[in-house]
Design a binder for this molecule. Sequence first.
Ligand SMILES: CC(C)(COP(=O)(O)OP(=O)(O)OC[C@H]1O[C@@H](n2cnc3c(N)ncnc32)[C@H](O)[C@@H]1OP(=O)(O)O)[C@@H](O)C(=O)NCCC(=O)NCCS
Length: 151
Amino acid sequence: MMDDLDRIMAVMEAAFDPLWGEAWTRRQVGDSLTFPHTHYRLLTRDAVEPRSDEQAAGFTLVRAAPGEEELLLVAVVPEARGRGLGHALITQAVADARTRRAERLFLEARHNNPAIALYRRMGFEAIGQRKDYYQTSDGQKLDAITFALRI
Ligand SMILES: CC(C)(COP(=O)(O)OP(=O)(O)OC[C@H]1O[C@@H](n2cnc3c(N)ncnc32)[C@H](O)[C@@H]1OP(=O)(O)O)[C@@H](O)C(=O)NCCC(=O)NCCS
């Protein structure tokens, strides 16, 4: 039977270009899910939670701390993109964080990730830069930008 870790990893493998070195391994995701403050959400391409026999088309992974949360990962499979699923997943993460009484949601993005346009449209503001944070598979170093959303 397919479990949620399988669903997350299927999306991870389809969504992230290996060049950028942003995808997490199965071990990293599995370990993070053993912590009670790590939360995930899955959506199908119809933007609902998958049934037990269904694949996911997108997921989010969030780390919650008192008052502040971090969107660790958001991903949608290429064939389901551009239809608002990424927006729906982030909206859901914001709502969950609000329910846990967080006041800010942070995320880190590679400076040239086109997802930044979506983050900005949703109200995230750049608050800092981390030099050479990502290393690409061909050895380039790329800065990360830290974004925050007041929720
Ligand atoms: C970022 C991501 C989750 C967005 O998912 P989505 O379902 O397409 O999101 P939406 O349909 O709600 O929004 C699409 C918007 O995202 C932005 N965008 C993100 N990636 C893009 C890309 N590769 N090319 C063009 N626009 C992109 C655009 O602003 C786009 O708006 P548009 O459709 O009006 O052009 C998806 O592109 C993805 O999985 N990317 C790879 C993984 C990744 O980089 N994740 C973020 C870092 S953890």
